[in-house]
Design a binder for this molecule. Structure first.
Ligand code: PLP
Length: 502
């Protein structure tokens, strides 16, 4: 068996990609990483001749070497054959002097569909005999629904989603609580996203609970700490580059920049993996919202989460601990897992850590970071709609402003990643382009009026969701999450006839 993966916090760990996907993260709480990534690069010239799913198969074959060619092909085909409303999967559109990579054409209109349509298909080939896996997910909004759709009604798999009560948009909540399937559970928790994520991590590390659930059941994660979700995201960076070449915007070998609205650092990290694998990228521009922990880090090398938490108009980026940043620290410290473990211990004990000047410099060589306030997000949505007729969601708009700041000193062709349909965040978008309806409680009507005004089509899933019955109504204390996991896991796997106890 190929044991290609190790832990960011312990270099002596070696584990196969399949095991890494099943476990989610390492016993030492580190994340699974592929050492020496990029020693062996992909053939860019060849990639330019492939379609999206062929690029996906090429990237996966490289990064998931213990999957057979057949397993990869089946997984990719199942994931993307019919679930996206664009045959390009992630189309590039030209807006003004930059390009937008639209990542929201999947079944839930969020970029997370790209990873979460594929992860469950990979998981199928990981489980042997009668093994079962319960997926636990903390969501700031978009992951939850995308994960529910990906895992819904798959054999031997179940999924429990926790979201912060009051911390997601009306549509995001509706999307989640109307999900069907015998194996799906959704609960609101009294707390914010970081509370949910922290408790999910504690549950993963709870050996008593694992013993109670028995050896046939494992707990895993659909957050972007899982390599099975992260690696599918590498694909669209290559595919976007291919589209720019095919459109005549760049020549093969030219450098490009990518601007990425960032929360848990999964999306932009996947871009960095693409760069390590040979994609000609000069700079990744990271955009935060007012929760600007990372932007502050880029100034002095101090990561400090001791600060107020803001609920912004871009809630999927309301995050104070960007989990995947740990993986970047691993690569940028020369794969020094002892060093990474020290930093992460500092973070756990004091809420902050400081990297060496050399590590900071290495990070700044590939990345630039800035942030947008809510007012700037609104102004960006308004401005791009007014001058280009293009409607952006608030996360994409956070990226837009930081991109414009960065472009003052670098005119390399720029791709802005658009991470959600504007219709997922209707009120914030209306505030910018339809102010008379910004505070309307009738979100469906506002969607229709936005569509009438802007001619941007409403994705089908967001139209249909209003007619579906609510199936998940639990609201629980964060201290009850573990109990909930135990009860619902047993109900899903051992009492299939019992419908959700919600
Ligand atoms: C999840 C999400 C992000 C942040 O992506 P990360 O991979 O967590 O950095 C940005 N925008 C939207 C709409 C999202 O759903």
């Amino acid at each position: 068996m190929n044991k290609n993966y190790t832990s960011t916090r312990n270099n002596s760990v070696s584990i196969s990609a399949k095991e890494a996907i099943k476990k989610g993260f390492a016993d030492d709480k580190g994340l699974f990483v592929y050492p020496n990534l990029g020693e062996d690069q992909l053939d860019l010239q060849k990639i330019l001749t492939l379609d999206y799913s062929e690029i996906a198969k090429t990237v996966l074959a490289k990064l998931l070497p213990d999957f057979s060619t057949g397993e990869i092909a089946e997984s990719v085909d199942q994931a993307y054959q019919s679930s996206f409303d664009s045959d390009k999967i992630t189309p590039v559109v030209n807006v003004d002097d930059f390009h937008v990579l639209e990542l929201f054409h999947g079944p839930t209109s969020a970029f997370k569909d790209v990873g979460l349509q594929l992860l469950p298909q990979l998981m199928k080939h990981v489980l042997v005999n009668d093994q079962k896996v319960m997926i636990l997910t903390a969501t700031s909004g978009d992951t939850g629904k995308a994960a529910l759709e990906g895992f819904k009604d798959l054999d031997n798999m179940g999924i429990i989603v926790f979201y912060p009560d009051g911390g997601v948009s009306k549509i995001q909540k509706l999307q989640m609580v109307t999900t069907g399937g015998h194996n799906t559970r959704v609960a609101a928790i009294k707390g914010n996203f970081d509370d949910a994520q922290t408790n999910v991590k504690l549950i993963f590390n709870d050996n008593t609970l694992r013993a109670q659930l028995g050896s046939a059941v494992s707990l895993s994660s659909a957050n972007s700490i899982n390599i099975g979700r992260l690696i599918p995201q590498v694909v669209y960076y290559f595919d976007a580059y291919k589209q720019l070449v095919n459109n005549g915007d760049i020549k093969v070998g030219d450098q490009v920049n990518f601007t990425v609205p960032t929360g848990n650092f999964g999306d932009v990290l996947a871009g960095y993996y693409a760069k390590l694998l040979g994609l000609p990228v000069k700079k990744f521009v990271i955009a935060c919202n007012e929760n600007n922990v990372l932007a502050n880090f880029f100034e002095h090398g101090v990561y400090d989460r001791n600060r107020p938490f803001f609920q912004t108009v871009a809630p999927s980026m309301d995050i104070q601990i960007s989990s995947n940043f740990e993986r970047l620290l691993y690569y940028k410290s020369g794969q020094d897992s002892t060093y990474v473990k020290q930093l992460m211990d500092d973070l756990e004990q004091t809420g902050k850590y400081q990297v060496s000047p050399a590590v900071l410099k290495a990070i700044q060589a590939d990345f630039y970071c800035g942030y947008s306030t809510d007012a700037e997000i609104e102004a960006s949505i308004n401005q791009v709609y007014d001058s280009n007729g293009y409607l952006m969601d608030p996360h994409t708009a956070a990226g837009y402003k930081v991109m414009r700041d960065y472009q003052k000193s670098d005119q390399t062709p720029m791709v802005l990643l658009s991470t959600a349909s504007p219709y997922k965040f209707v009120n914030a978008v209306a505030k910018a382009v339809l102010p008379e309806e910004a505070d309307s409680q009738d979100v469906l009507q506002t969607m229709k009026d936005l569509a009438a005004k802007t001619h941007a089509p409403i994705p089908e899933n967001l139209q249909k969701v209003w007619q579906l019955p609510v199936r998940h109504e639990s609201v629980i204390q964060k201290s009850d999450m573990k109990k909930y996991v135990k009860e619902q896991t047993e109900a899903v796997f051992y009492d299939k006839d019992q419908s959700s106890s919600n």
